[in-house]
Design a protein around this ligand. Structure first.
Ligand SMILES: Nc1ncnc2c1ncn2[C@@H]1O[C@H](COP(=O)(O)OP(=O)(O)OP(=O)(O)O)[C@@H](O)[C@H]1O
Ligand SMILES: [Mg+2]
Length: 360
């Protein structure tokens, strides 16, 4: 159902993303695919539909969203996500995971257990094994890091080295998704000649918000599906004017409309929910950046309807009463762009989603 607020799992529930899905399938011919799109644009839905359509592949799906609120991630966190993903495999497949140092299969159900002592699992060994399994079974093994920018926070372990090794030598596919688009690029360091992934080609798929036409068609289709006729075309236009074209917000609107049968109520609830969530996400962004907290808030409220670098500099200086280094201003803005709170078009910075503007 289109207005179901959970990530979609079947193609028939996914509105107008055939191109993106086909491109993702094409991407499976390359070692690494990036699936990029701002929050609630529909990345996880695309992955889930891809997983259901590529059932012959062996999937390792790692949901890193939960680390968004923590200042760092550890090696152990990473591996425990892997352990969980492997335990979601069917028993027949799990049985193939033997002979890796630090990994045991226990009990009658062949539960995968990782050791954490001296004999701990090496990430590289795990990748080697998965590649062997792929060769032996004649099936693709696809490892998905959903919200991969969180891997930037990995402390004491550089995952880029094993990834580069896997890129060059193993028979594995990786998909990295990211809402904080610039942070994904920063994490992969593709343009840094000192980085092991330097110059490696990656297949990119971008998921954009719906256009006005698509958004209205999405709402029409959703209403048709639940057998409610919307009050009028004006109302659909109004939804787009208020909420923009992000599938997640449109879905949430439809979900509320279904319950309350009132356009105003559905808009109100969607706005409340969106603003609360965006503020929470902004707080997460500020973790580890506490010293610049006031500045980030000031910039977001200044840039609500667009701003220029020079305007930001003047504004911050006027607020604080002393000179601020040019580099610092650039860095603050760049962090906001990389985390997809702002976008930069020509020289203008503006919120990447109309509801972000409303949240500040
Ligand atoms: N093409 C689509 N058709 C129908 N519903 C969609 C579509 N894309 C996304 N949605 C809905 O929008 C919401 C957000 O989708 P999803 O969780 O897949 O996005 P995401 O990009 O992974 O978001 P997040 O940044 O929160 O992880 C869900 O309710 C999902 O059902
Ligand atoms: Mg997601």
């Amino acid at each position: 159902m289109l207005f179901d607020p959970k990530p979609k799992e079947r193609r028939r529930d996914l509105f107008d993303r055939d191109d993106e899905l086909n491109r993702l399938k094409l991407g499976l011919n390359y070692p690494i695919t990036l699936l990029l799109g701002i929050r609630r644009s529909g990345k996880s839905s695309l992955i889930k539909v891809l997983m259901s359509e590529e059932g012959d592949a062996i999937w390792v799906y790692l949901d890193l969203r939960k680390y968004e609120g923590s200042p760092y991630m550890t090696y152990r966190h990473l591996l425990s996500e892997f352990e969980k993903a492997l335990n979601s495999w069917q028993e027949g497949l799990r049985r193939l995971i033997h002979g890796i140092r630090g990994v045991t299969l226990s009990g009658p159900g062949f539960e995968v257990r990782f050791n954490w002592g001296r004999d701990r699992v090496m990430f590289g060994d795990l990748l080697d094994k998965l590649s062997d399994i792929s060769e032996r079974e004649g099936r693709r093994v696809i490892i998905v890091f959903d919200e991969s920018q969180e891997l930037r926070k990995l402390k004491g372990y550089n995952i880029i080295y094993p990834l580069a090794y896997a890129y060059d030598n193993l028979k594995l596919n990786f998909i990295f998704t990211g809402s904080q688009i610039g942070m994904v690029y920063r994490f992969l360091k593709l343009k840094d000649p000192n980085s092991p992934l330097f110059g490696r080609a990656m297949f990119e798929v971008h998921v954009n918000p719906f256009t006005r036409e698509q958004s209205i068609e999405f709402l029409r289709a959703g209403f048709r599906e639940i057998g409610i006729s919307p009050v009028g075309e004006d109302m659909l236009e109004d939804v787009y004017d208020e909420l923009g074209g992000i599938p997640g917000w449109l879905t949430y609107y439809g979900f509320n409309y279904m319950q309350f049968r009132s356009h105003e109520e559905a808009i109100k609830r969607t706005l409340e929910y969106a603003i609360q969530l965006i503020r929470q996400e902004f707080e997460n962004f500020l973790k580890g950046r506490e010293e610049a907290r006031e500045r980030y808030y000031a910039i977001m409220s200044l840039c609500k309807s667009g701003c220029l670098w020079s305007g930001v500099k003047r504004f911050l200086e006027a607020r604080e009463g002393y000179r601020i280094d040019d580099k610092k201003v650039t860095e603050l803005l760049q962090n906001l762009v990389d985390a997809s709170f702002l976008t930069k078009e020509n020289e203008m910075y503006k919120p990447s989603d109309p509801l972000i503007a409303k949240a500040f």
